[in-house]
Design a protein around this ligand. Structure first.
Ligand SMILES: Cc1cc2nc3c(=O)[nH]c(=O)nc-3n(C[C@H](O)[C@H](O)[C@H](O)COP(=O)(O)O)c2cc1C
Length: 370
């Protein structure tokens, strides 16, 4: 009927997707989905414990030793938050949200280049580079140290073809300008690094923290063959991702990023990453993780740090993978049979079973890479 045809479907976009993390945080707050934590918290374990206990988006506004900094976690906790991140109706029922995303995935949207970016406002280079000037938490008392990369993007290019890879690989701070990059061998970054190392060259890498959530979702996804992660992010939010090409490395990062770190993965260098309290609710250690050397840190004025306290069943990383599994976009780079089982478990939100599988692997293969 005509009247029905004219009414917008329940999953129709309410607004354009949030252009950056700040806008997303603002929309969460306006919708009553955000809690501001105003009392002082310690980056050492306290912040992570609080994030795990409160299963809702949190903005920490007072971090001990880091005056002026804010830190955002749990951004994708719940269906309403995922809908808001993609510019969809947070009130829409789950099935309508999934249907809207399925339609969107069939309509790729290419990124566009921006002339400039707010993160060019503050730049530290050379001896001024100090990763611990950022409020990097130790997320759990079981972690070996402070984890810079828990909800971010790692951007590299294939040294031979120039093809781009955007992924999410955890990063532990090793020193003022050094961090691990825990990319597994089968990943896009792993393949780029293998090629760089064959020719003895460092692999340029950019780390982008505090990016639109669509980009983290796409970075964690197993991209359909031939599709770039930024195109996938554009499809999910039905708006192009705005990118800025970095001067030093020529890598493209989301222009709205809060913090960007440019540098290189050192050829042939490995260091221990972990123990780290990981998605499976247990510690994982990577005895020989690639090592990243940071050359430049760029940030917006009043940058907001973004991270995730993983390890709880149903945490935001689990929510992300459950979302992706509905569209067949999860790839944990393991044997095929195991992957199939994992996908079913993600899809049906059997988070404890996923955790049990991760822990069983650790018990069976204690020496294998995490
Ligand atoms: C919060 C979070 C942390 C992740 N940490 C890692 C990690 O440390 N190592 C890894 O190989 N994959 C990790 N992943 C999964 C990868 O991002 C995912 O497998 C992605 O598909 C990799 O992209 P690629 O296949 O293009 O390399 C993580 C994902 C999320 C959401």
């Amino acid at each position: 009927m005509r009247a029905t045809a004219l009414a917008p479907p329940p999953s129709a976009p309410r607004a354009a997707p949030p252009g950056d993390l700040r806008e997303f945080v603002g929309r969460l707050e306006a919708g009553g989905h955000l809690t501001r934590v105003r009392e002082t918290v310690d980056w050492r374990c306290e912040l992570g414990a609080r994030a795990r206990a409160e299963r809702a988006p949190l903005l920490f506004t007072a971090i001990r030793g880091y005056p002026g900094w804010q830190l955002f976690v749990n951004g994708l906790f719940g269906r309403a938050a995922i809908a808001l991140a993609l510019g969809l109706d947070p009130e829409a029922p789950d099935r309508a949200l999934a249907a809207a995303c399925r339609r969107r995935l069939a309509a790729p949207v290419a990124p566009v280049m921006a002339p400039s970016a707010p993160f060019l406002a503050c730049v530290a280079e050379g001896g001024a580079v100090d990763l611990l000037r950022l409020p990097v938490p130790q997320w759990s008392d079981q972690d070996a140290g402070r984890y810079l990369g828990t909800w971010h993007l790692n951007i590299t290019r294939d040294p031979e073809t120039g093809e781009r890879n955007v992924g999410v690989y955890r990063m532990q701070v090793l020193g003022p300008a050094r961090a691990t990059v825990n990319a597994m061998a089968g990943t896009g970054l792993g393949a780029h690094l293998a090629k760089a190392e064959r020719s003895g060259q460092p692999l340029p890498m950019a780390v982008a923290i505090g990016v639109p959530e669509s980009c983290v979702i796409a970075g964690a996804a197993s991209c359909p063959r031939g599709m770039d992660e930024y195109v996938l992010a554009g499809a999910l939010q039905q708006a192009p991702v705005e990118l800025l090409r970095l001067e030093a490395t020529g890598l493209d990062v989301p222009a709205g990023a809060e913090i960007v770190i440019e540098g290189r993965i050192l050829p042939g260098r490995r260091a221990r990453d972990g123990p780290f309290f990981d998605y499976c609710g247990h510690v994982q250690t990577q005895p020989a993780a690639p090592v990243f050397a940071a050359d430049r840190i760029l940030m917006r004025q009043g940058a907001i740090f973004r991270g995730a306290a993983v390890g709880v069943a149903g945490g935001e990383d689990h929510q992300l993978f459950a979302f992706l599994a509905r569209f067949g976009l999860v790839d944990f780079h393991g044997p095929r049979g195991k992957q199939r089982l994992q996908n079913v478990l993600w899809k049906h939100r059997r988070f404890r079973a996923i955790q049990a599988m991760g822990q069983a692997r650790r018990a069976l293969f204690p020496r294998r890479r995490s």
